[in-house]
Design a protein around this ligand. Sequence first.
Ligand SMILES: Cc1ncc(C[n+]2csc(CCOP(=O)(O)OP(=O)(O)O)c2C)c(N)n1
Ligand SMILES: [Mg+2]
Length: 246
Amino acid sequence: MCRGRGQGYVGQGLALSDLMAALYFDEMRRTPAGDLHDRLILSTGHSAIALYAALGELGEFSDLELATYGMDGSRIEESPLAGLPGFLVTGGSLGQGLSQAVGFALADRLKGSNARTFCLISDGELQEGQVWEAAMSAGHYGLGSLVVLIDDNGMQADGDTAQVMTVQPIAGKFTAFGFRAENVDANDLSALRDALVRTREHSDRPHALVCRTIPGKGAPTLEAYTKVHYVRAADEVWQRALNEIR
Ligand SMILES: Cc1ncc(C[n+]2csc(CCOP(=O)(O)OP(=O)(O)O)c2C)c(N)n1
Ligand SMILES: [Mg+2]
């Protein structure tokens, strides 16, 4: 997907592919008609590449269309627009998605629906105040149907999150806001699936899974890349990374 223009959010795509697979092929329930009953709110819009790939596996996008990622005129933008199949909110302006997810979960309660709302946010987003306003609401309303997935990858656009402004301890902060929180290696599929199963337990507390991920996971060339937040690289780098993944 990135190779066409030679650039994109490949680091996040590889890091989050296990999580997208676990959610879309295992954890999120479907109606008898095949539509999703549960939902994912993708707050971290620039990580959409991982969701495009999962939706591609489900037949929502063809490989040809996926290859137009980030190109002028493509539906597959680097940051997604609401209304595109599989995308309930517009991502890209970070820090807003958890508030929207709380709204979805509250609406379900009013409607008497047992749908669950998953919301992916990033460690960088935790530096934004709105995230904590949303977390406070989720705790206050006891939204047990809400699962916040925090991409704890240790980086943000300007460098290491720990250097820019530390957000640790993430699980402790969410616990203090009324969540049941735990840490998980989100590149270990079986650990991830077990952790997701625990979020099914009926609870009057929202859940937070602090998902440790490795940008570029699976392609050593990209794992070692210094500026892996956004990769711009020559074609031979993409070819090498592809070979490593295969
Ligand atoms: C409100 C807002 N501020 C700034 C940006 C620019 N921006 C795009 S990605 C990004 C990095 C944020 O950190 P994180 O989501 O942890 O990045 P990653 O781990 O994927 O590198 C920033 C600051 C943005 N998209 N939205
Ligand atoms: Mg990050």
